[in-house]
Ligand binder design. Sequence first.
Ligand SMILES: [Zn+2]
Length: 253
Amino acid sequence: MSLVIEDMPDLGVTRLSRWIFNCYILRTDEGTVVVDAGLPHAAADLAARIDGPLHAVVATHGHSDHVAGAPELAAHHGAPIWLPTATLGYLDGTRPRTPTLAAAARIWPTYMDQPFDRVGLAGFVSGAWVAGYGTPAGMRWRGSAPEGGLADGQPLPGAPDWTVINAEGHTDDSIALWNPATRTLLSGDAVLTARGKVWHTPEVVDPSSAASTRQRLERLPVAHLLPGHGRPVHANETVWSEQRSRSHAPRAR
Ligand SMILES: [Zn+2]
């Protein structure tokens, strides 16, 4: 087992990771929310770390490695699922655009940057059959229907300290989550990290919207970047201008 758990108590965030697949627990005064329960194994991985009620399960986009664990986790806790508004359109039959395998291969430095985990890889493969998209089969969904959509500027259901920000480019349904009080950006796949550096993903379906997203995100004074794939990066000023290493040492299980 190499489930990595990283508590960031000053941010109210815990990161769980298997290989490159990050999942986050957000804890606020209003509630507890899980972001990107991507692996079918997520409910089991998270079970011991969610003691009280779970107020929402959300995703930064509809790729399988961000939503495949959501139906089971939500059912287990009786929590509603909220997906980006564009992702809901895919459930209704709109065909998602997804990066090519060649584009996906371009993020190899991120794959190399976290400890490999067999369960994570197996979950990634099997999860594509459960929920989400990324294969020629388009969007799949098993489990109860999502409660609703996440739109730009909206407070995050269950954790309104966080605001939804559209972040298209990697996919057309990508969002990020921003917490202005702690200056933390949960970037989904719009921004990755590798070797301790932030990295606007080269894995995109739409270069021009990716460029707009980059401009928009770089206007935020981000001190803590929590990526969909890669290790978090922290800075005294902003992660865009400088980066420092951090005291929160991940523990391997
Ligand atoms: Zn993705």
